[in-house]
Design a protein around this ligand. Structure first.
Ligand code: F6P
Length: 323
């Protein structure tokens, strides 16, 4: 293996730059030539590929976003797109590729393997923390800390006005951000797609008349919850409890930006180096992850097959503590 390439794909995640840095620097350390593919699979199709040196990744470990840019590529889902991408990799004499992304990226890589014989290794990067085969994905820790910081501020104003707030956090089919952030902010209830009786708990909290004992009420709603987003949940509740002064906040894309936390930088560095070494050791079509603080390798198919289950014991914490 002489030349390898790295690219970022799908939704960006804080810590992607730290992972790019780790891959480039460890590649150079091992005597490899490392190339960056810009704009994900789109750039692969277009041949938007340049060589990166150790100093190309100076001063990026602390930056959110991705210096390589990212896309969700529709063209790559076509036979022609994949054929063109493979030809570009061959033209650049790339011997192995490291893909930084989430389940969409690894699904695409899985498909690509039937059209191109170049080995791929994946590094889990998504704020959603919804991949099997790793306890943490890069970006999750930063995202939950961003949520906690924002909700702490909302709590101040909610408290001053005795208000009920519904706060929507990201996670189109995963409640991992909602779960941990709800514990971190001391939310009165949390609604996640993985549980279908959380609306009952919410009604109980409101039935008890929270404002007789507390001065504010924070409900965290995962965007993918089956009841609908925060606005829909607030509407449903309003019919029954029209005496509450209710507000809704959608935190949105602030959750995807910002400087990565130390935890995300360290995880990204460990996973980046492990991905490079996995390619050099002949592994292919696998995602590197961290399970119980040890490096783990999961084939792309298993990594995207199903979301890791929500921890029911963690979910109970909000119920127990919301009294
Ligand atoms: O997958 C990460 C994620 O941030 C989800 O939580 C969210 O639903 C989605 O991406 C939003 O994607 P986009 O930025 O393309 O609207």
């Amino acid at each position: 293996m002489k030349k390898i390439a790295v690219f970022t794909s799908g939704g960006d995640a804080p810590g992607m730059n730290a992972a790019i840095r780790a891959i480039v620097r460890s590649g150079v350390y091992n005597g490899l030539e490392v190339f960056g593919i810009f704009r994900g699979f789109e750039g692969m199709i277009d041949g938007d590929i340049i060589q990166l040196e150790a100093d190309s990744v100076s001063n990026i470990i602390q930056r959110g976003g991705t210096i390589l840019k990212t896309t969700r590529s529709a063209r790559f889902r076509t036979q022609e797109g994949m054929k063109a991408a493979c030809e570009q990799l061959k033209t650049h004499e790339i011997d192995g590729v490291i893909a930084l992304g989430g389940d969409g990226t690894f699904r695409a890589a899985l498909d690509f393997k039937n059209h191109c014989d170049i080995p791929f290794i994946g590094v889990p990067c998504t704020i959603d923390n919804d991949l099997a085969g790793t306890d943490y994905t890069i970006g999750y820790d930063t995202a939950i800390n961003t949520v906690v910081e924002a909700v702490d501020k909302i709590r101040d104003t909610a408290d001053s006005h005795n208000r009920l707030f519904f706060i929507e956090v990201m996670g189109n089919d995963s409640g991992q951000i909602a779960l941990l952030s709800s514990i971190g902010v001391g939310a009165e209830a949390v609604l996640v797609p993985e549980s279908d009786n959380d609306m009952q708990h919410l009604i109980q909290v409101l039935d008890k008349g929270w404002n007789r004992t507390k001065t504010s009420c924070i409900i965290i709603v995962a965007e993918g919850d089956e009841e609908g987003g925060a606005y829909k949940v607030a509407e449903k509740v309003k019919d029954k409890f029209d005496h509450f002064d209710t507000r809704v906040t959608i935190l949105g894309h602030i959750q995807r930006g910002g400087n990565p936390t130390c935890m995300d930088r360290v995880i990204a560095t460990r996973l980046g180096v492990a991905a490079l070494e996995a390619l050099m050791n002949g592994k292919r079509d696998e995602m590197v992850g961290i399970i119980n603080n040890q490096m783990a390798y999961t084939n792309f198919g298993s990594a995207v097959k199903s979301h890791p289950p929500i921890d029911k014991n963690m979910l109970r914490l909000t119920e127990i503590l919301s009294a």
